[in-house]
Design a protein around this ligand. Structure first.
Ligand code: FAD
Length: 616
């Protein structure tokens, strides 16, 4: 086969973004994947976004990735979460039509110039002088490439467990990739083992939703992507029910069948997403656990049971389901299962996601020890961009922690490594008030545009919204309201105290109970700003003090972030470091003092010792 600039291995969420990014940058790209029928398949809940994750998807869109757009096109329910809380934790969450999501992604790949797709299994890497030269397929054919992105998900030596059955598989019904793990280990890449599990699916026609709480989406749903023009698909509701004491009794009575107890699964799973077996074991006093019943698409009756993850035998799963209100007669369509797989220890990566061991080999997605479509897509995008940059001789893209959740994600992975499948939470971002849903495009679209991934149209739209926000804030700061009977009436109607002296609209907007839309409606009724402009202006005014404080923190930390540590620096030569710090720093080889300071066990005193040593 002909040679390519970039070969991407894996057509999952990471691989699709990587392939699209590298091709959009003008590099000839090949995406090799095990099955063309399973491109960007969602093996777990077909839901994208949520708190922390939604910000990632928004950032992917701002940088010119596909996930946001594809989710909007396939969306059957959209909700802005945490609207009653602060802007740092507000995020979009979408329920997608699983099949449409795959079809739409396939369409995007097919429409992309410079991108070819091939069904095949990559068995090994072609490497010469510690530099990647391409891949070898399981049929023995070679494909040369100047850069390779590995995005193999849960397929490396994958093993599925359901009850006492344990068999090789990457996902249910799909064969694993067995040769590649040994090949990677042979090059000195360290692998470890994690596991993930998915709940059973039931037939919508056999559930009683009248016994559940209706969970509707937003009446006026937003989109992840600035390129999307609203939602075209019918929007469907989700439902909420709860397990009962009877459910817990069934679980307890059959725990001896649970892989947790039998030990048939050894890889570590995500703590934040425990199985029902573990919840019953760990929280014996809880009398119920929530179960969200969510549709998988417009043309399927499969309903996902979020909260009932288990890999117990199928007959036990049925008992668990049928003991839950509204699911008494539910018919199982797909059993839940767990999958155990190899991942590559991510501290072996540069912040560009390039391997420190093999030049021009990039790794992205679940293979790096993460879990989730958003985390995978974010890494895929960065890996694809950096593979492209290395081909084109451009500076690589490394996003800072103060710039993007994607920066936080990658910095965490490469600096600290992982001890359980990594998922994004807002609490991981120390500057989360700066990394909001509403300002993702302002933060990142100029970068995406420079890379050739974001069209001029989006950049202009972003810049014009930004200008409108500034103009509006300026107007608020110069428009004054004097005390009067009508202003008294306005404030009392909004449970706010009437003003005693003239104040600007900006001062009034700082009151938590006063909303910008109401102020404008009352005092500047001729204004007609877009909802995005209103939202951003309101956040910037109300949270001005906190935002300034975080910006100061970023400035203070920048000295550490910019102080680089030479490659191969010998910590053994630095007197005064603790033994733990010396061991971890030697192993993890941070690139900057900022990275060093985030390694668990490295104290501020250790960081100053290195800093002084480096300045000598
Ligand atoms: C059972 C299960 C439960 C999960 N539960 C959760 C959960 O609770 N929460 C959550 O957030 N996420 C969960 N996930 C994870 C989520 O599905 C993944 O994080 C996400 O899909 C990872 O994307 P990826 O692109 O890295 O890999 P994947 O989506 O797994 O895609 C990998 C791709 O690589 C291809 N491939 C693999 N090896 C080769 C090879 N050698 N040659 C060619 N192609 C290859 C495969 O065909 C596949 O297309 C679960 C996944 C599974 C399987």
């Amino acid at each position: 086969m002909e040679g390519f600039d970039v070969v991407v291995v894996g057509g999952g969420h990471a691989g699709c973004e990587a392939a699209l990014a590298s091709a959009r940058m003008g590099c000839s790209t090949l995406l090799v994947t095990l099955s063309l029928e399973k491109i960007s398949l969602m093996p777990c809940n077909p839901a994208v976004g949520g708190v922390g994750k939604g910000q990632l998807t928004r950032e992917i869109d701002a940088l010119g990735g596909e996930q946001g757009r594809n989710t909007d096109r396939s969306c059957i329910q959209m909700k802005m979460l945490n609207t009653s809380k602060g802007p740092a934790v507000q995020a979009l969450r979408a329920q997608a039509d699983k099949k449409l999501y795959e079809d739409n992604m396939k369409r995007a790949l097919a429409a992309q110039q410079d991108l070819k797709v091939l069904e095949g299994r990559v068995a090994s890497l072609i490497v010469s002088r510690e530099t990647i030269g391409g891949v070898v397929l399981s049929d023995g054919s070679s494909i040369t490439a100047s850069a390779v992105v590995l995005a193999c998900g849960t397929f490396l030596n994958g093993k599925i467990v359901v009850g006492d059955q344990r068999f090789p598989a990457g996902r249910m019904g799909e064969l694993p990739a067995t040769e590649l793990s040994a090949n990677l280990t042979g090059f000195g890449i360290e692998l470890a083992r994690f596991q993930s599990a998915t709940p059973p699916r039931v037939d919508a026609r056999t559930i009683d939703t009248s016994r559940m709480t209706l969970e509707s989406g937003d009446a006026d749903p937003q989109t992840f992507s600035l390129l999307s023009k609203g939602h075209e698909l019918e929007q469907l509701p989700c439902y909420l029910t709860y397990t009962t004491e009877k459910t817990h009794e069934v679980v307890r009575d059959h725990l001896h069948h649970s892989p947790i107890k039998t030990g048939s699964i050894s890889g570590k799973g995500p703590r934040y997403c425990p199985s029902i077996d573990r919840k019953v074991m760990n929280f014996p006093d809880r009398d119920r656990h929530p179960v969200f019943v969510e549709p998988e698409g417009l043309h399927t009756s499969e309903m996902y049971l979020q909260g009932l993850t288990t890999s117990m035998p199928v007959w036990v799963q049925e008992k668990i389901i049928n003991s839950t209100p509204g699911l008494e007669h539910a018919r199982l369509m797909r059993p839940g299962y767990a999958v155990e797989y190899d991942y590559a220890v991510p501290s072996q990566l540069e912040p560009t996601l390039q391997s420190r061991i093999l030049k021009n080999l990039f790794l992205a997605g679940q293979i790096n020890g993460t879990s989730g479509y958003e985390e995978a897509a974010a890494q895929g995008l960065v890996a694809g961009i950096n593979a492209g940059c290395s081909i084109l001789g451009r500076d690589p893209l490394v996003l800072k922690r103060s710039e993007a959740y994607i920066g936080v994600l990658i910095d965490d992975l490469v600096t600290k490594g992982v001890d359980e499948p990594y998922r994004m939470f807002t609490s991981r971002a120390e500057y989360r008030l700066l990394l909001r849903h509403d300002n993702a495009h302002t933060r990142l679209s100029p970068i995406g545009h420079r890379l050739g991934l974001v069209p001029r149209e989006i950049l202009c739209l972003t810049e014009s919204t930004e200008k409108s926000v500034h103009r509006l804030i300026e107007l608020l700061s110069t428009t004054r309201v004097a005390p009067s009977p009508s202003s008294d009436e306005f404030f009392l109607a909004h449970t706010s105290s009437p003003i005693k002296e003239t104040q600007t609209l900006l001062q009034l907007l700082k009151r938590p109970e006063i909303r910008l839309a109401d102020l404008l409606h009352e005092f500047l009724p001729e204004r007609s700003e877009s909802p995005d402009t209103l939202n951003s202006a309101e956040i910037q005014v109300k949270y001005d003090g906190y935002i300034r404080r975080q910006l100061k923190q970023v400035e203070r930390a920048s000295a550490l972030e910019e102080a680089s540590i030479p490659t191969g620096f010998r910590y053994a030569d630095v007197p005064g470091l603790t033994i733990e710090a010396r061991e971890k720093l030697t192993r993890l080889q941070p690139r900057t003092l900022g990275q060093a300071s985030r390694i668990a066990g490295v104290t501020p005193a250790d960081v100053s010792i290195i800093s002084i040593y480096l300045r000598r």
